[in-house]
Design a protein. Structure first.
Length: 214
């Protein structure tokens, strides 16, 4: 079936092939939401699971994500016009003082592979910028990355700033990064912690599905 071919080509990082297959699927009358869910997202979820098991590594994930984006370029206008929505929205950034972006970028890719819309604020992002983005975009989830022991304290500062601004109850905060662990996440009252990008995406999806079932 063509949806399975899309998934397999995505996993192999064949961007041009994914683009052609998505176009053919549309011509065959397959719904855009089915192409997204059962082709692109399924393929990226398989890559995410393999990444978590150390069966593939960062380069393979990046190539697969590029292939997924090639398919999304074709689908996005159709999805928008038909009113199809992602399962949730996430803001993602690396905190103030930290210029690392590989971990953040991997998390973004994995989130998109779970059907979560991502707004990437970039690196070295100050708490006030994050607060304003929460006000502007009303995300379901805020992901704060810190790759240095000296910057992980900024995750705590953002959570305190959210509380002070009266925004804390509006968004689930997930934290991660090399120096961060579950004990620290609990200490700063984050809503969740994940040791890797694939686990972060699974946790985010679970939180979103839990919210929608209420």
């Amino acid at each position: 079936m063509i949806l399975n071919d899309i998934s397999l080509s995505l996993q192999q990082g064949k961007a041009k092939e994914v683009r052609l297959l998505v176009q053919n699927a549309i011509l065959q009358g397959i719904l855009a939401c089915d192409i997204l869910d059962n082709g692109l997202i399924t393929g990226m979820q398989i890559i995410g699971a393999k990444f978590k098991r150390n069966e593939v590594f960062v380069p393979e994930v990046l190539i697969a994500a590029r292939a997924m984006n090639a398919g999304l370029e074709i689908l996005r206008p159709i999805l928008v016009s038909s009113g199809v929505k992602f399962i949730g929205k996430a803001l993602i950034c690396t905190v103030k003082g930290d210029l690392h972006d590989i971990g953040k970028n991997l998390v973004k890719m994995m989130f998109e592979g779970q059907g979560i819309e991502c707004i990437d604020l970039g690196v070295d992002v100050e708490s006030e910028t994050i607060l304003q983005a929460v006000r502007d975009h009303s995300p379901d989830i805020l992901c704060l990355s810190a790759l240095l022991a000296t910057t992980m304290v900024e995750q705590k500062e953002v959570i305190l700033a959210l509380e002070k601004a009266g925004l804390r109850s509006q968004v689930k905060v997930l934290v991660g990064g090399a120096p961060v662990n579950l004990e620290y996440a609990n200490e700063i009252h984050a809503d969740g912690y994940a040791p890797d990008a694939a686990s972060a995406a699974e946790l985010a999806r679970a939180l979103l599905l839990q919210r929608s079932s209420r």
